[in-house]
Design a protein around this ligand. Structure first.
Ligand SMILES: [Ca+2]
Ligand SMILES: [Ca+2]
Ligand SMILES: [Ca+2]
Length: 164
């Protein structure tokens, strides 16, 4: 999970799209792990749940560390982590490492289907203009305000020796 929270936000959003499309078989592991964290069984994980669950696993974390981890998982800035946000972080890598999958995910993130991911797509996806701008700036390395498929592949493939 710590490695995941260092991924660019765009990659984390992409993995959440993949997580949403897992088959029941594929998601058995992620569901089970999430249920261990979601102590109130209301489908969301708060900072308090996260801290308590880490503690039962023998992982001590300060309030600041827990808050940072939660922020790193929370893709829509509502301060709680849903199953999908959690699954994006813990699902096995083989679920997203193929080019067919990458193209399908690109189509989802390109909300208005103009062949590029722009600020307006990201605003519609995350519902927070400031955060959307952060997501775009982080991955728009040439600064032209858009992320095309080639840029997107590069974002996903960074630090993934097996991709493509
Ligand atoms: Ca959230
Ligand atoms: Ca678009
Ligand atoms: Ca660009």
């Amino acid at each position: 999970m710590r490695r995941y929270t260092q991924f660019p936000w765009l990659k984390r959003l992409a993995l959440a799209v993949v997580a949403k499309s897992l088959t029941p078989d594929q998601e058995a592991y992620t569901r089970e792990s999430f249920d261990c964290f979601d102590q109130t069984e209301d489908g969301v994980m708060t900072a308090a749940h996260l801290r308590a669950s880490l503690r039962t696993r023998g992982i001590g974390a300060t309030d600041g560390e827990v808050a940072a981890l939660l922020r790193g998982l929370d893709l829509n800035r509502d301060n709680v982590v849903t199953y999908t946000e959690f699954a994006a972080a813990v699902m096995p890598r083989l679920y997203y490492l193929n080019d067919r999958q990458i193209y399908d995910v690109f189509l989802v993130l390109d909300v208005d289907h103009d062949g590029r991911i722009t600020l307006s797509d990201l605003q519609r996806l995350v519902g927070d203009d400031v955060f959307a701008a952060t997501v775009l700036a982080e991955s728009d390395v040439d600064g032209d305000g858009l992320i095309d498929l080639a840029d997107f592949v590069a974002v996903l493939a960074a630090d993934e020796p097996h991709i493509l």
